[in-house]
Write a protein that binds this ligand. Structure first.
Ligand code: NAP
Length: 291
């Protein structure tokens, strides 16, 4: 069994980005710049945004963090996005999800200039992705594709089962894995909460992507021996024995599943790190398209 270590794969991507940024600076050009908007003080969102900003620094990108109050009006958030759309020094914009109830996520996603849509959630980016045109790919599925590439996982002709059909993970993942790409060309089954006999589909999977947000849902008897298992789940589970009062759990019961697999991503230390790598690559692509 091989551990698909996100630290190793993301470090390789980031090293490349760092070198590309150094070359830009050496040529007298500015560095790519990512702007993040964080609404409220949700603990997990704070952690994710802080990590994105820190990773920008690591590869030499500029970054801006715009903080807005939890009770901010939708119009004020849309104005903040417009200001970043208009700022020629900003290449990529992300608004950390989820957003408070008074704000329409769809309106926010559509307010971002598609040329700066580094999260790849704008309908224009999604449409291009579906048609196989160059586009910003949502960072988590993009990161998973980068991981498959880094570890040279053979995907051609394999049966991939994706659990979850969200716009940010499951659906784009299913599109990428079924696309005619070097690390695509799978036959893909996409499962969701209405799938009958989910375990029967999972046990047929050569590649199983779990993105449902249910801690340790995938058990050993749901996994085909020798499968590649990609665990996207990140759930904070209360644990009084943990320093922070919680532990991060994936969607896969790692201890019992890992020995059955050919390769598996750990949580933490797997897909989460690759998501940031995907975001940074999108930011460089946005910069290159704009300069
Ligand atoms: P989401 O929007 O809640 O979508 C969950 C999907 O799973 C839905 O399609 C849902 O089906 C399906 N589902 C839920 N329970 C199910 C069940 N019992 N059986 C089969 N399908 C089920 O979640 P998301 O945003 O895609 O995120 C999924 C997980 O990935 C979460 O733990 C999230 O924190 C994590 N995540 C991690 C990263 C990372 O960087 N590692 C990035 C993003 C998200 P329906 O459509 O029928 O409701």
């Amino acid at each position: 069994m091989m551990v698909l270590d996100g630290k190793i794969a993301s470090a390789a991507v980031k090293e490349q980005l760092k070198q590309q940024t150094e070359q830009l600076r050496a040529a007298g050009k500015r560095a790519p710049h990512l702007a993040a908007i964080l609404v409220g003080t949700n603990g997990a969102s704070e952690t994710y945004v802080a990590s994105k900003v820190r990773n920008c620094e690591e590869v030499g990108f500029g970054s801006t963090l715009v903080r807005l109050e939890e009770n901010v009006a939708e119009s004020a958030l849309l104005e903040a996005i417009q200001a970043l759309n208009d700022d020629p020094g900003v290449d990529g914009i992300l608004v950390q999800l989820p957003l408070p109830k008074q704000i329409s996520e769809q309106k926010v996603i559509e307010a971002i200039n598609p040329a700066k849509d580094v999260d790849g959630f704008h309908p224009s980016s999604v449409g291009k992705l579906v048609q196989g045109l160059p586009s910003f790919i949502p960072a988590t599925p993009y990161g998973i594709m980068l991981m498959l590439e880094h570890f040279n996982i053979d995907t051609k002709g394999k049966h991939a089962v994706v659990i979850g059909r969200s716009n940010i993970v499951g659906r784009p993942m299913s599109i990428l894995l079924s696309s005619n790409l070097a690390y695509g060309n799978c036959t893909v089954t996409i499962c969701h909460s209405h799938t009958k006999n989910l375990a029967a589909f999972c046990t047929q999977a050569d590649i199983l992507v779990a993105a449902l947000g249910r801690p340790e849902f995938v058990k050993a008897d749901m996994v085909k021996p020798g499968a590649i298992v990609i665990d996207v789940g990140i759930t904070r589970v209360e644990d009084a024995t943990a320093k922070k009062g919680f532990r991060i759990k994936g969607d896969v019961a790692y201890a019992e599943v890992a020995p059955k697999t050919a390769a598996i991503t750990p949580v933490p230390g797997g897909v989460g790190l690759m998501t940031i790598a995907g975001l940074l690559k999108n930011t460089l692509a946005a910069y290159q398209a704009r300069t």
